[in-house]
Design a protein around this ligand. Structure first.
Ligand code: SF4
Ligand code: SF4
Length: 77
């Protein structure tokens, strides 16, 4: 089953991934990070289809998409 990991320490709260997700399963946190940003989180991971649009959209490469045990890293720092 596909899924994603969001590294909140890289997230700057721009919400682009929330708008990009066709499944609308991403939302912003109610807490802030150490850098003072609300961060993206998955609120319904079972509906993720692994399309990678969130990871491609994220300007800070904070999202990784996993599928069937394979880990895809789209943009390495
Ligand atoms: S991989 Fe696709 S469906 Fe899954 S959270 Fe990202 S944009 Fe949404
Ligand atoms: S696109 Fe990236 S930086 Fe923007 S809210 Fe989503 S995870 Fe955070």
């Amino acid at each position: 089953m596909p899924g994603i990991t969001i590294d909140k320490n890289y997230c700057k709260g721009c919400e682009l991934c929330v708008k990009a997700c066709p499944q609308q399963i991403l939302s912003m946190s109610k807490e802030i990070t150490k850098r003072g940003y609300f961060y993206a989180q998955v609120h319904d991971p079972s509906r993720c289809i692994g399309c990678q649009l969130c990871a491609i959209t994220c300007p800070d490469a904070a999202i990784e998409v996993h599928s069937h045990g394979t880990r895809y890293v789209l943009f390495e720092y």
